[in-house]
Design a protein. Sequence first.
Length: 248
Amino acid sequence: MIVVNGVSIDDTQVQAEMARHQSESDPQQSAGHELVLRELLLQRARELGVAQHDDDASIQAVLAAEVQTPTADEASCRRYYEQHPDRFLSGALVEVWHILFQLTPRVDPPRLRARAGEVLQEVHQAPAQAFADYARQYSNCLSAQEGGRLGDIGRGETLPEFEETVFAMPAHTLLNKLVQTRHGFHIVRTGRKAEGSLMTFDAVHARIASWLSQTSERRATHQYLQWLVGQARIEGVDISGADSPLLQ
């Protein structure tokens, strides 16, 4: 049992929360961390007198009251633009195939990762044209019917972690490692690439400002949660250095 400042979180609550953490290496620990942080925030909401009609609203009220983040200024935005020109290419496209090993609540993530790794090794040893056969056999994506082909992907059309990987890959390449996203583990292959042309700073200024502000907010929220943990009496779980979906 977990106890947070005298408030108990029983095993039934942890088990129920675990369904949302199956993609983590230790779903039980991750669920415990999440419940602890939520309880700390709800306790803080009552202390501040900002408790709302439901838990999520109370948590947002606490964060709004206590987490202050600066707005990204033009100099910061321009510096980011100049340091990451590859992220602001208009017309940049990459042709992608993948094999998805999907994470579901009933799947053991380490076992799924291991199986995906075994298939990756087989794909690397097989002729290039065999990729489609492996996709039809193993992929949990609808693209399996087309041999794993996702088609031409542009910036902003897929998950950030998947996008950054495929755009960093050379054309006509089979990646030698798995790509992990919230959906599962991917074996990825690229086809042709179109590099595109650099957009002007004015065209992307608002997008950069929004992204930098969100990043700053996540960092400040993480620091705030660490402070709450440091002030609390927590038993039954080691939460030092814990992260949380509350930050997503």
